[in-house]
Ligand binder design. Structure first.
Ligand SMILES: Cc1cc2nc3c(=O)[nH]c(=O)nc-3n(C[C@H](O)[C@H](O)[C@H](O)COP(=O)(O)OP(=O)(O)OC[C@H]3O[C@@H](n4cnc5c(N)ncnc54)[C@H](O)[C@@H]3O)c2cc1C
Length: 590
């Protein structure tokens, strides 16, 4: 059973991502280290003792649709009530609406643990927090007053409605429409698909954040507006009124996260009178995508935390099994009979790969969250620097962490042998759950494109090289540390970072010369290269800060066994586009 690795999480947050320096510099007001530790401890306890035990029943029973109502699995309503009463929902939300306004980086660390407990559970509150943030930043005071308190407390939940059958990665194709009702409200019509927690019985109201087009809106994403559409209308005094014309018409049967209801939502189908789902504009007309991005950027990092959370749970499960299961007799094993499989070098290779990849993804994700906190607290040039850092790391945190979630949970099955393929061990469930994370919140392919086309050009292309320079300094410190336990760590990491710098310059040149397709051909290998080089440097930073044998050993394992792939990836980024273009031309069958 999963136990939250609170000590490791606190260490990564403080000494790898840099939270401790920010704390010491007084960036987080009254937050003390003791309070930080206490919150992490309690968040971990909730994940291990309350959420994780309900993961299996959530997977087996799933959410069930009857008519237009969705029933959650046994025990989940009560779990959600305990979650809400413990105040977890408003951890990072504004104090003016009952939140605790704690740093995003702390929120990310807590979210990792809740996701380890159950991805299907943690995704609900994640969306609610995202909706609250979008309302806080962009909605009128009236809407804030009516909705924010209830969302922050978790009394109501929130959703994010972008996707339609013809509009997935490409939101230009969104067709849902909104018509002015003449009294300041709007009437919404259209269908949204794949809406997470679009319907459920955890709370009495649900607040949908919906992208739609107003009459005369320009085509494409520049013509999208954001609307708040509640399941039940809300009176001026906050009381629940009549049922709105928005209903769940279907529930998807999925590979994983069975307890997270994935709903088809129908707006304005005339189930109630007057026809049209009543909604209110959030932000300006035709500026909806920018407002939604407030939610989406947070949600991207949050989905990254799903990857880290599942990877951690899978690493723990595999290690526990490998210490129990006996097969063969490893050389040097001194016990009786067959040795536990953890003694076999190939099993050790799998377990260590799982651990270091999880730690690398964790470090990148926390660093991304901290950059966002620093940007909030800074001004002038400092604000630009931190905002660009958060922008740069967001697609990497999302895509790399979720890929790691899949790879590590797949390795977890491998460590279990045949039992991994059998549902009762729970190893298969982790892989089934993890598989969605590289797809939603912008597929990982889209994240790679975002990294290359939008993030590399920041500050005229300079910011990414500043970042690489900072990582090279860590490597120099490893070099001058003269600790023989690091082995070839410095040389391997330096080569990986040089490969990153070279691939970055290549892509920047391609973009500058208008060879966008050539650059896009290398986007996914580039993101992986970026993450491996960053992750290796982050592990080195941790090893330098702690100097315990185990952190140095893990860092060395990563550098000498995994970081070398960076150079191969660089070759693919720089030289792979032509062969892809030639071979790819045949695929379309034209
Ligand atoms: C369980 C689940 C929950 C979800 N929850 C929500 C939710 O709460 N709210 C919501 O609005 N949506 C939600 N979604 C939708 C999700 O965000 C989309 O599925 C996702 O954005 C991908 O869109 P698509 O499925 O249409 O795939 P497509 O866009 O059709 O993509 C198919 C493939 O083509 C690639 N591709 C597409 N365009 C490009 C391009 N320009 N360049 C290169 N490659 C490209 C993609 O990377 C992908 O590999 C959910 C989906 C699922 C399955």
């Amino acid at each position: 059973m999963y136990r939250a690795p609170v000590e490791e999480i606190a260490f990564t947050l403080k000494h790898v991502a840099g939270f401790q320096s920010a704390l010491d510099a007084g960036r987080f007001g009254g937050l003390t280290e003791d309070l930080l530790d206490a919150i992490l401890e309690e968040a971990g306890r909730f994940a291990s003792d309350e959420i994780a035990p309900l993961q299996a029943v959530g997977d087996e029973e799933g959410a069930v649709l009857l008519g237009a109502d969705v029933t959650m699995p046994r025990g989940w309503k009560d779990l959600y009530r305990r979650w809400r009463e413990a105040g977890w929902n408003g951890l990072s939300a504004s104090e003016s609406y009952g939140g605790q306004a704690l740093p995003h980086a702390l929120g990310a660390a807590a979210l990792e643990m809740w996701n380890s407990g159950s991805m299907a559970f943690a995704i609900g509150p994640t969306l609610t927090m995202g909706a609250a943030e979008a309302i806080d930043r962009h909605a009128s005071e009236g809407l804030k007053k009516l909705y924010l308190g209830k969302l922050v407390s978790g009394e109501w939940t929130g959703t994010m409605n972008l996707t339609e059958p013809q509009a997935g990665s490409d939101l230009n194709a969104v067709r849902a429409r909104a018509e002015p009702a003449g009294d300041g409200s709007w009437r919404l019509f259209g269908q949204k698909i794949f809406i997470t927690f679009g319907e459920h019985d955890l709370t009495e109201n649900i607040v949908h954040m919906v992208l739609a087009r107003v009459p005369g809106a320009p085509p494409g994403t520049r013509g999208l507006s954001l609307f708040l559409v509640p399941k039940f209308l809300v009176g001026e005094d906050g009381s629940i009124g009549r049922r709105n014309d928005v209903f769940c018409s279907g529930l998807e049967h999925k590979l994983g996260i069975h307890a997270s209801p994935t709903c088809t939502m129908v707006y304005g189908d005339g189930f109630t009178e007057p026809k049209g789902a009543v909604g209110w504009l959030v932000g300006d007309e035709n500026r909806g995508l920018a407002c939604m991005f407030t939610m989406m950027n947070d949600a991207r990092l949050a989905v990254g935390m799903q990857g880290v959370g599942v990877a951690e749970a899978a690493s723990q499960k595999a290690l526990a099994y490998a210490r129990e299961r006996r097969q063969g007799r490893a050389r040097g094993y001194r016990g009786d009979g067959m040795s536990p499989i953890v003694h076999h070098p190939d099993v050790q290779r799998m377990l260590l790969t799982m651990q270091v990849m999880t730690r690398a993804a964790r470090a990148i994700s926390y660093s991304c969250a901290l950059a966002s906190d620093m940007a909030d607290a800074a001004e002038g040039a400092g604000k630009i620097y931190w905002q660009e850092r958060a922008n740069l790391l967001t697609p990497v945190a999302k895509a790399f962490s979720t890929d790691v979630g899949v790879e590590v949970s797949s390795l977890c099955i491998q460590v279990h042998g045949g039992m991994g393929f059998i549902e009762e061990t729970g190893a298969a469930r982790l892989l089934r759950d993890a598989r969605i994370a590289p797809i939603y919140e912008g597929t990982n392919g889209i994240q790679a494109i975002d990294l290359v086309t939008r993030k590399l050009p920041q500050s005229g292309g300079a910011h990414v090289h500043v970042y690489i320079g900072e990582l090279l300094e860590i490597v120099s410190t490893v070099e001058t540390s003269n600790r023989h336990e690091f082995g070839r760590t410095a040389a391997e990491l330096r080569a990986a970072l040089q490969a990153l710098a070279q691939a970055t310059r290549h892509l920047q040149n391609q973009l500058a010369e208008g060879r966008t397709d050539q650059a896009l051909a290398g986007a996914t290998p580039y993101l992986r290269l970026f993450a491996l080089a960053s992750g290796g440097a982050a592990l080195a930073r941790g090893a330098l800060a702690d100097r315990s044998g185990s952190r140095i050993a893990l860092c060395r394992f990563f550098a000498e066994n995994l970081a070398g792939e960076a150079v191969t990836l660089k070759d693919r980024v720089v030289g792979g586009a032509d062969s892809l273009t030639v071979a790819g031309a045949a695929l379309a069958g034209e």
